[in-house]
Design a binder for this molecule. Structure first.
Ligand code: DGL
Length: 287
């Protein structure tokens, strides 16, 4: 029998049996700060879980880097998280998922969830016309990971993908409702109008912060897919299936970075609604 996490805001069940090892934290990593959108979704959906987030701020961005480099960094990041005895890892970075997830699953003997599969499944569930757009970093789009996932789910889909690299610095700068954001969104997204898509996957951690401006520019007939929400749902299902769900009344969250903790704290509060207590520095690639 499987046991799911109770819904958010429900008090923990006193004395409920938690299987051995289930109280261990979930590890989450991203190239930097953007994965906090996934962290936010995990905190909302899994309020009884302790989470350890690692942002590789010394080596960000991953988007313009090669498959080999992103894979090496990702292996080092999972190794770092396993040194904290995590029970599962969430790759909260679209580029790292797109470039490295299959290798990570081969390398490590623990459940590893990425953001691409959940986003693709959500898009397929929503589209009515079968025309889906994907936006992400150069690395994510170049990998073809979203396209492959989508076509594996339904070979008749029409998938149009385009990189939108400037959305990342806009989100980090907090310029999410700025005329410049609107102008750049217009430049990137106008071609999708001719493609006649009805669904657009926000295939990068930072893009949900720009969702209002993206929605405004792309128009009301297009549904935006935020893979963070879908990923959190998938993690909840996985924990329930493997009897790994924790039942903490006061879960503890830790935030690790490989550089610039003060900047992470300042910008990160914007992503996470002020929920970062403190930030620890660890060496990138040291584990
Ligand atoms: N986290 C990356 C992603 O989701 C965006 C930032 C980067 O390029 O590292 O693709």
């Amino acid at each position: 029998m499987t046991r799911g996490n109770p819904p958010a805001n429900e008090p923990p069940i006193e004395g409920a049996r938690v299987p051995a090892g289930a109280e261990r934290p979930i590890g989450v990593f991203d190239s930097g700060i953007g994965g906090l959108t996934v962290m936010h979704a995990l905190m909302e959906r899994l309020p009884r879980e302790s989470l350890i987030y690692f942002g590789d701020t010394a080596r960000v961005p991953y988007g313009p880097k090669s498959r080999e480099t992103v894979t090496r960094f990702s292996i080092e990041n999972v190794r770092l998280l396993t040194s904290y005895d995590v029970k599962a890892v969430v790759v909260a970075c679209n580029t790292a998922t797109a470039r490295a997830l299959p290798v990570l699953r081969e390398e490590f003997d623990l459940p590893i969830v990425g953001v691409v599969g959940p986003g693709a499944r959500a898009a397929v569930a929503r589209t009515k016309t079968g025309r889906i757009g994907v936006i992400g970093t150069y690395g994510t789009i170049d990998s073809g990971a979203y396209r492959d996932h989508l076509l594996a789910l339904d070979a008749d889909l029409e998938v149009v993908s385009r990189p939108c690299p400037l959305f990342v610095p806009l989100a980090e700068e907090g310029w999410t409702d700025h005329p410049v954001a609107r102008q750049i969104a217009e430049e990137y997204l106008a071609p999708f109008r001719d493609d006649g898509i009805d669904t657009l996957i926000l295939g990068c951690t930072h893009y949900p912060l720009l969702a209002p401006v993206i929605a405004e520019v792309i128009g009301p007939g297009v549904t935006l897919i935020d893979s963070a929400e879908e990923t959190a749902r998938e993690v909840a299902t996985l924990l329930a299936e493997r009897e790994l769900a924790a039942n903490e009344s006061e879960p503890a969250h830790r935030f690790l970075v490989s550089d610039l903790p003060d900047l992470f704290l300042r910008v990160g509060q914007r992503f996470l609604g002020g929920r970062i207590g403190g930030v620890e520095v660890v060496a990138a690639g040291s584990a």
